[in-house]
Design a protein around this ligand. Sequence first.
Ligand code: ZN
Length: 341
Amino acid sequence: MNGSRLDDFLTLSRSHPWELAPFSESLPDGGQVQVWDTGVLCIEPVAPAGRDLVLSCGIHGNETAPIELCARLLNAILSGRLPCRQRLLFIFGNPAAMNLGAREVEENLNRLFSGAHARGDKTNKERQRAARLEQYVERFYRSREGTERLHYDLHTAIRPSAYEKFAIYPFTHGAPYSRNQLAFLCRAGVDTILLAHGPTTTFSYFSAHVFGAHAFTVELGKVMPFGQNDASRFAAMERNLEQLIGEPDWQPAPVDIKQIRVFRVCQEIVKQSEQFCFHFSEKVANFHAFPPGTLLAEDGERQWFAHEQEEAVVFPNVRVANQQRAALMVMATELPPEMLA
Ligand SMILES: [Zn+2]
């Protein structure tokens, strides 16, 4: 596609950070590439197989490794090197924040889904973006029925992690967890799973809950600036995605569920006021464990302790807004066979 506007879709998106007029082009094999908006590009193969796959990245603008990974996959498809056999929606979430090298411009995009963008009287670009991204996902999934819907929302964490790669399995409302999806993640190097404990306003929960997609927030490692990521550390995920995209009936090899480390949320620490503080270092790694009884955080009169079993901390962040989650506390658990399908 020499000389096409799609030669560098990421650069094109970043030069129109909030809006880009739709256009479409043809793939070398006759498929269609439809640009729906800045950072949003749908691939319609000539004869799509049975999966509808959403790949999102850059929902937080400074999480560069997944953005680079998605850009490589997209370029491989556009150049004809990777045949695209599944319908595929690429979403580069927040180009304006990418341009700032920041997580967000005004508001955390990954707290604005499932209608949260319309709650309260605030308006800003990120809220408008979340509303549009919801519409694009809806348009993508609703244009055919009976397919396997997938959504991998790729992130990197702000801090180091005791388990480098992990995924959040959105709350299933009692539905069983997918063995196949756990195998896909595990084969992609993501062998730690955190089971969410309730509905949230994340992108992955939105796709899972509204469209019945197998959807995950996938954390691939620590944030680095553009160009400083070591692609070999994401190679397993990249290869699995290439196979998923390029081979119509590909399935990951099954895994022994015992190989997967599983955690469930045991408490949520919500910041109440500017007095809020943690009783551990800001630099602590995700999944750092605390013995029972440890004082974890304090906010005026309010105190949070680790309970009866060892608890580990995920996503501690003292700088969140009041009434927002400052950390999740999790504990190791097991997935009994009856919770798997
Ligand atoms: Zn993120």
